[in-house]
Design a protein around this ligand. Structure first.
Ligand code: 8YV
Length: 315
């Protein structure tokens, strides 16, 4: 009988097989499918393997009276109601660290892709514009520019290290000052002060209620006309309405975004803007890292079933 609930439809065959190698599992990827499971099946469930960004709240937890652990595929767990889990004595785990490098790589790809107009340049060649004798219009230098990292956690640090390798002047906000190379400037939690100091703003704070709109309207305005906003965190971490208005008005220069408020449905105004580089929430989506995330998810499930300490607990 199943003891693990696979609570999202996004697992590929290999990831699912890895979960099923831990213990027998049943897939119910939506709230409707979960409520439709027979009561005795629900009572047998002790663990949830979750993935993606659909809410898993207290009501969902209550469908499974013997649920003890929720193992998230991903570092972010903002869609799991952790307070509700804790109140029910349910442990939550995530998959930190293994994705830091890929997420940082995508942040730099967005920065370089935006500044050097990689997408436009590709079309310039393919569509024959170059062959017809027209040069690509000049674009913008990234190396050496001042960059703000909003949130100097593990991913923020991986981004900052890459920016430093490009000779960029690093500024950051964070809950506490970090042990950094000399010359990096700490702005406390003052994201407006950070924005005033830089042209590039990379959002790398954790998602969740307490970081909703972290990059505020005031911070976006403080970035100024050369400002470029990069987001690899969560759509909720930016005041998206203020960002769109600033982009449309030319108050800032552009944006490179991997995450959105209402993803996968991206605001039509963003799609219409030429100065925005868009990606489909793919920062951790390499074969190598997704395998490591799957293993990390299952390591937490295995540890739980063997009564060992959970490798990466959240609560
Ligand atoms: C994944 C992510 O898209 O790790 C995260 O927090 O946002 C991404 O790596 C997601 O978690 C897949 O479940």
């Amino acid at each position: 009988d199943p003891v693990i609930l696979i609570s999202a439809p996004y697992f590929d065959a290999e990831e699912r097989a890895r979960i099923e190698a831990v213990a027998p599992a049943v897939l119910a990827g939506t709230p409707e499918e979960r409520s439709a499971l027979p009561e005795d099946v629900r009572a047998g469930i002790r663990a949830v393997a979750n993935k993606g960004h659909k809410p898993f709240d207290g009501d969902q937890m209550d469908l499974f009276p013997n649920l003890e652990v929720i193992s998230q595929f991903g570092v972010g767990y903002d869609k799991i109601d952790v307070a509700a889990a804790t109140a029910r004595g349910i442990r939550v785990t995530n998959t930190p660290d293994v994705l830091n490098e890929d997420v940082a790589d995508l942040a730099l790809a967005l920065m370089l892709g935006w500044s050097r107009e990689i997408v436009k340049g590709d079309a310039w060649v393919r569509e024959g514009t170059w062959a017809s004798g027209r040069e690509l219009p000049l674009n913008r230098k990234m190396s050496g520019a001042p960059v703000g990292i909003a949130g100097m956690g593990r991913i923020g640090r991986a981004i900052a290290d890459r920016c430093a390798a490009f000779g960029m002047e690093v500024h950051y906000t964070s809950r506490s000052a970090k042990d950094t190379p000399e010359g990096w400037t700490y702005h406390g939690e003052d994201v407006v002060s950070l924005a005033k100091a830089v042209d590039w703003m990379v959002v790398a704070v954790v998602g969740g209620d307490h970081t909703k709109g972290y990059l505020s309207r005031a911070a976006i305005q403080a970035l100024g006309k050369r400002g470029v906003v990069i987001n690899i965190a969560r759509g909720s971490c930016i005041d998206e309405e203020a960002l769109i208005e600033a982009l449309e008005a030319g108050d800032i220069a552009g944006a490179g975004l991997d995450v959105f408020y209402n993803e996968p449905h991206v605001d039509a105004r963003l799609i219409a803007l030429p100065n925005v580089l868009l990606q489909p929430h793919q920062a951790s989506s390499t074969v190598e890292t997704r395998r490591d995330m799957s293993i990390a998810q299952c390591d937490n499930l295995t540890a739980y079933f063997e009564g060992k300490p959970l490798p990466t607990p959240v609560n």
